[in-house]
Ligand binder design. Structure first.
Ligand SMILES: Cc1cc2nc3c(=O)[nH]c(=O)nc-3n(C[C@H](O)[C@H](O)[C@H](O)COP(=O)(O)O)c2cc1C
Length: 188
């Protein structure tokens, strides 16, 4: 199974989750491509992968600017290649799991939902089926945002993702691979 682990991380929490995804993909014997999005990241051939994991932090309800820019580049490339079709027909054996790490200081998970939905639409428009959506707690860094970590809607989120969050990311990655492997292996 070919896996793309692509993520944007401004201060580290999402990168820590992405590292667990890579570890799990390798432990499960998958072929792994890992990409950390920067301003310079160019469009990739997303259809070259059986399963993608796409993650970012949440900034004003959406992914941060480098991730938004990369999504725009991908959409431009897909449109130019004629890959955005009416009805977005499903492509057999192509899947994505989308996740955010988020603080949720104001309205909780509600402020992370738009980011996950926005990110997922890139893949969904191409016909890649969204297999899962994860919401992982991520504390604000740097520390001058500490009130956001201790007095927000989610309660005290300091130090997240913690060991349990990272373990869950690892286990959910293994579970997703096991879930999809029969479908992907059955394709010619
Ligand atoms: C400047 C700044 C703005 C943020 N805005 C939000 C926000 O609007 N909603 C939210 O849930 N979390 C917000 N967060 C928390 C981040 O989403 C959280 O720390 C996330 O884990 C960051 O991931 P990253 O550093 O890997 O990009 C913000 C963090 C910072 C530093």
């Amino acid at each position: 199974m070919k896996i793309l682990n692509i993520y944007s991380s401004l201060n580290g929490p999402t990168a820590r989750v992405a590292a667990e995804i890579s570890k799990a993909a390798k432990d499960m014997g998958c072929e792994l491509t890992e990409v950390q999005i920067t301003k310079e990241t160019e469009a990739l051939d997303l259809l070259d992968f059986d399963l993608s994991f796409f993650g970012s932090g949440v900034y004003s309800w959406l992914p941060p600017k480098p991730a938004l820019k990369w999504i725009d580049k991908q959409m431009d490339a897909a449109k130019t290649a004629g890959l955005i079709k009416p009805c977005s027909p499903r492509i057999p054996g192509k899947f994505v799991s989308v996740y955010t790490t988020f603080g949720g200081p104001h309205t909780g998970v509600a402020e992370a939902v738009p980011a996950v939905k926005y990110m997922g639409q890139l893949f969904d428009h191409l016909g890649i089926s969204i297999t899962d959506e994860w919401y992982v707690q991520g504390s604000f860094i740097p520390e001058n945002f500490s009130a956001m970590n201790t007095a927000g809607r989610m309660g005290n989120v300091e130090g997240r993702p913690n060991a349990a969050d990272l373990r869950a990311a690892y286990e959910r990655t293994c579970g997703t691979i096991l879930n999809l492997r029969p479908v992907i292996d059955a394709l010619p």
